[in-house]
Write a protein that binds this ligand. Structure first.
Ligand code: ADP
Ligand code: AMP
Length: 218
C-alpha cells in the first residue's frame, strides 16, 4: 500500500504514522525526520535545511524532491510506503506523481488528518520527541510512563527547536498557503480520505484503518 499522510503541523501525522507502520510493516518516510537526522549529523543537506526549518519555512522543492525520489527507489519501498510530511507543495505532488507513474506504482490513498487550528498550537508547543528513536509524546495528551523518558527505547525526550510559539504560527501560515491546496489536488484525483484528527489518538487511528480498508474516498 502506498499512502500519503497530509495535514497541518501538529495534526497527528507522525503519531498515526508510528502506529500505521507497526500494523502494515511499510517504511515510514518523514521528510522532517530526514532533515533532522541530517542536521544532527552536520551534513551539507542538514546545514541547508536548517536555515529554512529554523524560520518555519519550507525547504525548497529542488532539495526535497531528489531526496524522496531516491528514498522511493530503495528495496524496502517496493511493496509500499507511508509518506509523512511530503508532499507539501503542488510542485512536490506533481514530482511524486511523475516518479510513481514512471514505476507504474501510483498512490493508493491520501489521508488528510484534519484538526482544529486552535488545538494545533497547544499540541505543537507541548510536543516532546525522543532524541534516539524519534517517537512522539505530548506533555498532556500523550505522556510517557516516566517523565522525559521514551517508553519505547529509554531515550531522552526533547522539545523541537521549531515548536516554539512564534515558529509554530509561521508554520501554520505556511501550511495554509502552500500545503492546503493539496487537499483539492488529491480530491480531484479521487484519492483523498479525510479523518477527524481532533478525536483521541486511538479513535483517529481506527478511523484511518477503516478508511484504508475499504471505504470510498470522502
Ligand atoms: P505532526 O506529525 O502532524 O506534526 P504529531 O504526530 O507530532 O503531529 O502530533 C503533534 C503533537 O500532538 C504531539 O505531541 C502528539 O503527541 C500530539 N497528538 C497527536 N495526535 C493527537 C490527538 N489525536 N489528540 C491529542 N494529541 C495528539
Ligand atoms: P515536520 O517534521 O514534518 O513538521 O517538518 C519540519 C520542517 O522540515 C518543516 O517546517 C519544513 O521546514 C521542513 N520540511 C519537512 N518536510 C518538508 C517538505 N516536504 N517540503 C519542504 N520542507 C519540508
Amino acid at each position: 500500500m502506498r499512502v500519503v499522510l497530509l495535514g497541518a503541523p501538529g495534526a497527528g501525522k507522525g503519531t498515526q504514522g508510528e502506529r500505521l507502520v507497526k500494523k502494515y510493516s511499510f517504511p515510514h518516510i518523514s521528510t522532517g525526520e530526514i532533515f533532522r537526522a541530517a542536521i544532527k549529523e552536520g551534513t551539507p543537506l542538514g546545514k541547508q535545511a536548517k536555515e529554512y526549518m529554523d524560520k518555519g519555512a519550507l525547504v525548497p522543492d529542488s532539495l526535497v524532491v531528489g531526496i524522496v525520489s531516491e528514498r522511493l527507489q530503495q528495496p524496502d519501498c517496493q511493496e509500499g510506503f507511508l509518506l509523512d510530511g511530503f508532499p507539501r507543495t503542488v510542485g512536490q505532488a506533481e514530482a511524486l506523481d511523475e516518479v510513481l507513474s514512471g514505476k507504474g506504482t501510483p498512490l493508493n490513498a491520501v489521508i488528510s488528518v484534519d484538526a482544529d487550528q486552535g488545538e494545533l498550537l497547544e499540541r505543537l508547543t507541548g510536543r516532546r520527541v525522543c532524541k534516539t528513536c524519534g517517537a512522539t509524546y505530548h506533555i498532556r495528551f500523550n505522556q510517557p510512563q516516566v517523565r522525559n523518558v521514551c517508553d519505547k527505547c529509554g531515550g531522552e525526550l526533547y522539545q523541537r527547536a521549531d515548536d516554539t510559539v512564534e515558529t509554530v504560527k509561521q508554520r501554520l501560515d505556511v501550511y495554509c498557503r502552500q500545503t492546503e491546496p493539496l487537499i483539492t489536488y488529491y480530491q480531484k484525483k479521487n484519492l483523498l480520505f479525510s479523518v477527524d484528527g481532533s478525536k483521541e489518538i486511538a479513535a483517529v487511528f481506527a478511523e484511518i484503518i477503516s478508511k484504508l480498508e475499504g471505504e470510498k474516498p470522502a
